[in-house]
Design a protein around this ligand. Sequence first.
Ligand code: NI
Ligand code: MN
Length: 225
Amino acid sequence: MKLRYFSHSSFQITTDAGQIILIDPFLDDNPTSPVSSADVSADFIILTHAHGDHVGDAFKIAARTDPLFICVNELANYCAHKGFRAHNMHIGGGHDFPFGRVKFTIAHHGSMTPDNTYGGEPAGVVLTIDGKSLYHTGDTGLFYDMKLIGEMTPLDYMLLPIGDNFTMGIRDAVKAVELAAPGLAIPIHYNTFPVIRADPEEFKRQVEAIGKKAVVMGYGEERAL
Ligand code: NI
Ligand code: MN
């Protein structure tokens, strides 16, 4: 599969079979995104939670490309009420989709939609696609069960916030990498707004200091996983 980073928490996964999965597509109102919503399409959209910087342009993209939304129950219902196709899941549950397996994890955060609808519990997501496993933590503080998540699904990649204020900062994110023990850590949710300013190279240095690997993806960069 290929992983493309749009900045903030937004990614595009292209599977070996050519399916396109978007995670938290926040593009048009995201000052750091190199692409706009009109530039992307999706077969599937995974939302970690209902905040505006994660739901982002999902509905705009969906209106054009008719993807299947994959979210926790309450947020999936919200998508369905807007007229979109949705697969309802919940934390701790996994399901096999045509592209691979999706399992939702806990995340310590909130999840109200921009129009003040309850979006259910915020979540992280563990994906198993084309033989590789990837954990997108969503927005969260540090929690010790990240160790358990890494034990139940040995992780090739971990995408995790470092921007502080709303989520883990660098120090807690480095501890998260130690606990979940991924093959490669990729920092997210930083430098989009002044309040989440953080140096991803400092995160990388600290991850390497504990004997783990990290890579800072550029905005718009795509990597083969
Ligand atoms: Ni959030
Ligand atoms: Mn956020």
